[in-house]
Design a protein around this ligand. Structure first.
Ligand SMILES: [Cu+2]
Length: 111
């Protein structure tokens, strides 16, 4: 009765060890920019929430992300990005993916 459990433990250990073994290889690829890639967008400000660091944009299609035009909320990387922005402003912005996988605005300016 103990043998099957031993085999399962060995299999699990093998599975757990795989990502660890793969890690140094991934780190060697130091120029891999995936997490740092940013995407450019344009659109219109619908609402600004300074307290929640949030901005609602009706954005045009963002081809580099495969996004169609839509109205959605974005978090901004820092409060000062929202300074001077008002509903109705036409804007250009830059998105970068946060650790949470969410796309945050790291740059935004009126057109
Ligand atoms: Cu969108």
């Amino acid at each position: 009765m103990k043998k099957p459990i031993g085999i399962i433990v060995l299999l699990l250990a093998g599975v757990l060890a795989l990502p660890l073994a793969a890690q140094p290889m991934a780190d060697m690829d130091a120029n891999k920019p995936i997490a740092r890639i940013s995407h450019q967008g344009a659109g219109k400000v619908m609402a600004v929430d300074h307290e929640k660091l949030n901005i609602k944009l009706a954005h045009d299609a963002i081809k580099s992300l495969g996004w169609p035009p839509m109205t959605m909320d974005f978090s901004v990387a820092k409060a000062s990005l929202l300074d001077g922005l008002r509903a109705g402003d036409a804007v250009q912005f830059e998105l970068r993916q946060a650790k949470s996988k969410k796309w945050d605005i790291v740059k935004i300016e009126r057109m």
